[in-house]
Design a protein around this ligand. Structure first.
Ligand code: C5P
Length: 279
């Protein structure tokens, strides 16, 4: 039975550059995959259907898993069905990309289940129709992203030499709403790849900004408090990921990272710790 992990991502810096005629925004960000993941499984079935461990997530056509499955079946004229099971582990509405990653993992498991000969290019096109960051989750390695988030410039050789703590408070943020709060600018933006590769956390603090932080934190002060908590427990750098609500702290000391994780959990967050080299 084909099984796959749908990994989460963090955004290392996120610049919203301009609004586009198609209603989307051009942006610049570094997508950084982490090991926190949902689990997808597919087995043969007569019709397309899905089950999910999370009751609050509708297992119907509104789910990106079902949309991905339908899109793939239509594109390749697949006549059989499939039962896709989603074990939902990742917090939702948290800026970790869980829904998009589930969609990408669905494409992967169903390509295997249906033995499709699908070129990367064709799969990427289907992915982008499902969501702006779905192509990144097909690729799955660190990358500088531009355009809507689908133009990927690989940074697969980059591995962060720090311990990461991800803290997801029980808050959902709508991405579409968050984009509506931004006044985009492409003026005097630092080169995100150069900043990240420096591994200089003071520089990250000054230049690795996320444009969503200010508007989202102004209506959700808890997120500002969690960011403060990460800094106070020893993070050399902390940021929101995507349009929130999850935050992450970057630690030089693993001991500090473990203490920060405990503190964030006590403050009501779900947490993940990612050591250098993953895990
Ligand atoms: O592409 P995706 O479905 O993930 O986007 C969700 C919403 O976020 C879009 O409807 C749009 O309002 C906004 N968005 C945007 N520019 C992007 C990505 C998303 O304006 N590059």
């Amino acid at each position: 039975m084909p099984t796959d992990l749908a990994m989460a991502k963090l955004n290392l810096g996120l610049h919203i550059l301009r609004r586009r005629p198609d209603g989307f925004h051009d942006l610049s960000t570094i997508f950084y995959p982490i090991g926190w993941a949902d689990v997808l499984e597919a087995q043969p079935a007569e019709h397309l259907q899905m089950t999910c461990t999370e009751d609050s997530l509708p297992a119907d056509e509104s789910n990106l898993v079902m949309q991905a499955a339908r899109h793939l079946a239509q594109t390749f004229g697949v006549r059989t069905g499939a039962l896709v099971h989603l074990e939902k582990v990742l917090p939702m509405g948290a800026g970790l990309g869980g829904g998009s990653s589930d969609a990408a993992a669905t494409l992967r498991v169903l390509c295997r289940l249906w033995a499709l000969r699908c070129s990367r290019r064709r799969l990427r096109r289907i992915a982008l129709e499902l969501g702006s960051d779905v192509p990144f989750f097909l690729y799955g390695r660190a990358a500088l992203a531009s355009g809507r988030g689908e133009e990927l410039h690989p940074m697969a050789d980059y591995a962060m030499p720090f311990t990461l703590v991800v803290a997801a408070p029980p808050v959902h943020v709508s991405t579409a709403w968050a984009f509506g709060q931004i006044r985009p600018t492409a003026h005097e933006r630092p080169d995100l790849e150069e900043v990240v590769r420096s591994n200089d956390l003071d520089r990250w603090h000054r230049e690795l900004t996320n444009d969503f932080e200010r508007p989202v934190m102004s209506v959700r002060p808890l997120l500002k408090a969690i960011k403060r908590l990460l800094i106070d427990t020893g993070a050399g750098f902390a940021s929101m990921t995507g349009s929130g609500s999850a935050l992450y702290g970057v630690f030089e000391s693993e001991c500090d990272a473990i203490a920060a994780c405990d503190a964030a959990r006590q403050a009501g967050c779900r947490t993940w710790i990612e050591r250098p080299g993953g895990g």
